[in-house]
Design a protein around this ligand. Sequence first.
Ligand code: CUA
Length: 323
Amino acid sequence: MFALHLYFLNPIFLQSVENPASQQADRINRLFNYFNIAAGCMLLLVIFLVVYICIKFKQKKGDTNDPVQTSGNKKLEALMIGGPTLLLAFFFYQTIATMKSVAPGVPKGRQPDIIITGHQWWWEVDYPAAHVVAANEVHLPIGKQLLMEMRSADVIHDWWVPQLGNKMDLVPGRSNYLWLNIHNPGTYIGACSEFCGAQHAWMRINVIAQNEDDFNKWLTANAKDAVQPADELAVKGAELIQSKSCGSCHRIVGTTATSNVGPDLTHLASRQTLLTGLMENNETNLYKWISHPQEVKPGAHMPDFNLDKDSVNAIVHYLEELK
Ligand code: CUA
């Protein structure tokens, strides 16, 4: 009992389809529960009939006659055909209605609010109207019907945040669309749900849902260029990023680094986690990562540059300033 209690208090349990947090998840959860109730009733009925029939029609001592043979009970047949037909019709209707509500299609000319691009092994998050590009932590406003365009830069990935509703594949060469209307502020955890290579397991999703004010504040802060390095060590770090060609994979807006092969670093220091949820975003972890990327996240596309301690220190110091 105690263990069960702990289980239900576990935050992992709360990140469940049974704890829906968006309009879309509510609809899917309702349908799921209809199925659960119907299947549960069916199970109880079958258990009851098996037990009842076993007791009632048990062969009596000394009775060697065959049971009474009957066939063609019209009422029973009508019930056994009609019952499941009605049940199927109900679920067919409910399924279509849920699909229509969760994925109503995209009206002509409607631009996406957010573009999510799956990469091996991180998420690019694009807010086209505000010209903001972020990575891995997906900030979203609550109470709005958001249209999310899903793309892939390499292989098939799959977006799934259980509390926020349906999954959506990110397929190279095409766009899929997902509607999302989140009820309350909070952090919602998900993960890539389609095997996509060595670090598939470390392709977590962190959705940070905020009320409109907080979200707009975040968006305004992230629309700014990267801050200028504040001291000598940071200047050295910024120079190293340029000379070691970090910019051929990363972008730091306002500098010569402009690529999106790897995550945008313009406001790296404002994120809570590093490497798609692999570890907390702090100086020690950043140091570990830049010193030996392949030890921290084997298979990741960031090569080991064999930097000396001072260089790593300078780069980390600069990146720590990018709030
Ligand atoms: Cu991306 Cu699995």
